[in-house]
Design a protein around this ligand. Structure first.
Ligand code: PLP
Length: 478
């Protein structure tokens, strides 16, 4: 039995929880066991450190702290001030930003904070000024009409969903699509790459208030210097959502033209993907937008989550250590090894490879939909997610793609040799899976046929691959 600090901490925590609701303690234990056993290739997930996880489980959760450091609407926030200031300082130092706002609860919140900050900065609107000061319940119907009238149809130009953009970049099911008149830029159908001339052309025609760069499923670098020039040429505010690749920026893998911070007016991110922190969001900007960004509460947010801000401070401190740069480089090396392994075995990859943390496989080359491939891989112990490919004939539900990423497996310590073995396992499953039929015998986009013996064999090999790389080796719950 191990008696190190991490094991003791988590074991004790579970004991305390078990005394109240044992089923929750069991589920937490089961989640660790499941995560330990699965070959996790979800590009947006990672494994936060025990220190980061533990920083979230405490009495900071009890505290209300609306406002900003030193200027709260509640008394007794001195300790919250300490952790919020620390998290912001680490973020500024890590990313070389003048201002960091660490309160957003998630990436979607960070984007909303940024949108409202830009609107308040760019649009002369007494109704918006009033809305910023009042509680929503205190706004009359006339106030809302005035807000709508004065904001007009402000325009946003972002990357299209099927080219790899994110829902929050102006798409209809999301609030951003309701706030803005949105148009999107895609990728070159032949190469799958962003065509900057086409982006410039779209910007000239559409003249957006906001040009958004950033993605959830684009496997390449984006040249932010060129994007800023495009934004400047049409007077747009340039916003970058680096949620996916923040860890690569933090680890100085993306520098120069590929580091968004010196080029964008405002940068948003999540803290839980490649950055390997707690679930949460963050906004970085220069002095011009800082005051508006700090109005995230009460404009978009209520009370911040002080326990999560404490965990952000811990994770950002970790990302400032020298070994994080090595981790970030290994994420990209692993993604490239995985991409090479898949290509060598005949897979089709969107853009033909990767230069970041993710790979997008076009599984139509295997005669499958993304939905079929995702499930067949899951049956075989490989956790991925389906994703649309550019101009996807199967739409956003069934899709034709599988998105995979390496931040999580890299945290476990897997390297190039294991990536090649992973490519072999994935190829075996995809190659041996065929589309199934519905109850009426008609072709189905969801049903598939995979010999259970193949799934079992691959599952065993996937588990063997993980054995030398235990997850949270410092945590022993038994
Ligand atoms: N922005 C991008 C580019 C993302 O990929 C995501 C999450 O997938 C988000 C924002 C939203 O983050 P969250 O799930 O924390 O709201």
């Amino acid at each position: 039995m191990s008696h190190n600090a991490e094991s003791t901490a988590f074991r004790s925590a579970l004991e305390v929880i078990r005394a109240v609701e044992p089923r929750v303690a069991d589920a937490i234990g089961a989640e660790l066991a499941d995560q330990r056993e699965s070959l996790k290739l979800i590009a947006s997930e990672n494994y936060a450190s025990p220190a980061t996880l533990l920083a979230m489980g405490n009495w900071f959760s009890d505290k209300y702290a609306e406002g900003t450091v030193g200027r709260r609407f509640y008394a007794g926030c001195q300790n919250v001030d300490t952790v919020e200031a620390l998290a912001a300082e680490h973020a500024r130092e890590l990313f070389g930003a003048t201002h960091a706002y660490v309160q957003p609860h998630s990436g979607i919140d960070a984007n909303l904070v940024a949108f409202w900050a830009i609107l308040a900065d760019r649009v002369e609107s007494p109704a918006l000024k009033k809305a910023q000061k009042r509680h929503v319940n205190d706004l009359t119907e006339e106030d809302w009409f005035a807000l709508r009238r004065e904001l007009g149809d402000q325009r946003m130009l972002g990357m299209s969903l099927d080219a790899g953009g994110h829902l929050t970049h102006g798409f209809r099911p999301n609030i951003s699509g309701k706030m803005f008149d949105q148009r999107s830029y895609g990728t070159d159908p032949a190469t799958g790459l962003i065509d900057y001339d086409r982006v410039a052309e779209a910007a000239r025609e559409f003249r957006p208030l906001i040009l958004v760069a950033g993605y959830s499923a684009y496997p390449r670098k984006v040249n932010f210097r060129i994007m800023r020039e495009i934004a400047d040429s049409v007077g747009a505010t340039f916003m970058v959502d680096m949620a996916h690749f923040a860890g690569l920026v933090a680890g100085k893998v993306f520098t120069g033209d590929f580091d968004p911070v010196p080029h964008a007016h405002i940068v948003t991110t999540t803290t839980h993907k490649s950055l390997r922190g707690p679930r949460g969001g963050m906004v970085l900007c220069g002095p011009e937008l800082a005051d508006q960004v700090d109005r995230g509460c009460p404009m978009v947010l209520g009370g911040p989550l002080p326990h999560v801000m404490a965990a952000k401070a811990v994770a950002l401190a970790e990302a400032r250590r020298a070994d994080f740069a090595d981790y970030a480089q290994r994420i990209v090396d692993n993604a490239q090894a995985l991409a090479d392994g898949l290509l060598r075995r005949g897979a089709t990859l969107v853009t033909g490879g990767t230069d970041n943390h993710l790979v997008l496989i076009d599984v139509s080359g295997y005669g499958l939909t993304g939905r079929q491939a995702e499930q067949a891989l899951l049956d075989s112990g490989i956790v991925t997610n389906r994703n649309a490919v550019p101009q996807d004939p199967n739409g956003a539900w069934y899709t034709s793609g599988i998105r995979i990423g390496t931040p999580a497996l890299t945290t476990r310590g897997l390297g190039a040799a294991e990536m090649d073995a992973t490519a072999e396992l994935m190829h075996t499953v995809l190659d041996r899976t065929s589309p199934g039929t519905g109850p009426d015998g008609a072709p189905s986009k969801a049903k598939y046929v995979l010999d259970p013996a193949v799934a079992e064999q691959v599952g065993k090999q996937a588990a063997d691959l993980l054995t030398p790389f235990p997850l949270y080796p410092e945590v022993n719950l038994t």
